[in-house]
Design a protein around this ligand. Structure first.
Ligand code: KG4
Ligand code: ZN
Length: 296
């Protein structure tokens, strides 16, 4: 509900900023610059953020720049490991995005391909619901999958040249659940047996990861990158982290700690730091762009 989300942003923003600044001994006085997300996202929320930032920067005499949320994810890897110099290839996997992005040099990035339908995290969330696991689905599916047999239910590993697609895999899980004998489904239509839930979770997770690894490999072949990063909420998945490390060894694979995988403000600061360094502050009147396609 975009309207409610924007109102909640307005109510929370000062408290959130103040509590973040608590970490600095001098609070606001310790800041050298500010940076704010100007897209992609909900227009109302982006407006609350940018107007707040413009007001604060003006009042404090601080330089300010607007950055892309996606650049933040790409730079979360650099923040986790500042020795990670471009060019590096980032697999950005979250609830809203699944794309391969090449950071050619600081400030210059190219999107090599993305999902045609659902994002990977969205697929984890939808499949979790189909098999009776709670939201957010990613951690629940990962937990259930540990006790599961990934070979019991063969599921398709979709391959789309230059991209990803998760809706077919999700539908295959739906049909698999639908085709279970009636006695094996609860009144709400989810599998009754815990082992079946685990086996489905394991099969789905394996197929999703196989597609991500294959898509990343294809993107890597189109670049000269020798370093790989996996970022975004789904990068919290241990099986995905292990699969990427194993598949691309001996290439260096950077996966940020959990706190930098899921959406966070530090990554926006990291992207903004590079932007300020390269291009200087934005003039007043930062323009929000709900469908911004910018990766550095
Ligand atoms: O980056 P994020 O915090 O927010 C968005 O920008 O979307 O990502 C959230 C997504 C959710 O879909 C969630 O299910 C997924 O990340 N996720 C995971 C795991 N932890 C979070 N997916 C798979 N395995 C996990 N352990
Ligand atoms: Zn995000």
């Amino acid at each position: 509900m975009p309207e409610l989300a924007a109102r909640s942003h307005l109510e929370a923003i000062s408290t959130v900023v103040d509590s973040a600044l608590h970490a600095l001994p001098g609070g606001w006085d310790d800041l050298d610059a500010m940076t704010v997300t100007r897209g992609p996202g909900l227009a109302g929320c982006l407006l609350v953020g940018t107007l707040y930032a413009e007001g604060a920067a003006l009042a404090r005499g601080l330089p300010l720049c607007g950055v892309s949320h996606m650049a933040g994810h790409v730079y979360s890897a650099w923040l986790a490991d500042p020795s990670l110099e471009p060019p590096y290839l980032a697999l950005v996997v979250s609830g809203g995005h699944t794309e391969c992005v090449l950071l050619r040099e600081h400030g210059v990035a190219e999107r090599l391909g993305g999902t045609r339908d659902d994002a990977a995290g969205e697929a984890f969330d939808k499949v979790a619901r189909l098999i009776g696991l709670p939201y957010p689905g990613g951690p629940a599916v990962e937990r259930a999958a540990r006790a599961g047999d990934a070979t019991r239910f063969p599921l398709p590993v979709t391959r789309i040249p230059g991209g990803f697609s998760f809706s077919g895999l999700k539908t295959a899980v739906r049909y698999t659940v639908r085709d279970l004998p009636d006695a094996e489904r609860t009144e709400t239509g989810v599998p009754r047996d815990g082992q079946t839930v685990s086996d489905l979770a394991a099969s789905f997770q394996q197929a999703a990861i196989a597609q991500l690894v294959a898509g990343l490999e294809e993107a890597l072949e189109r670049t000269e990158a020798e370093r790989i990063a996996v970022v975004g909420g789904v990068a919290a998945n241990g099986a995905l982290r292990d699969a990427v490390r194993a598949h691309f060894a001996p290439l260096e694979v950077t996966v940020p700690p959990l706190s930098l995988c899921t959406d966070n403000a530090a990554m926006i600061g990291a992207a903004g730091w590079h932007r300020l360094r390269l291009r200087g502050p934005d003039p007043p009147g930062i323009v929000v762009d709900p469908s911004l396609e910018e990766y550095a």
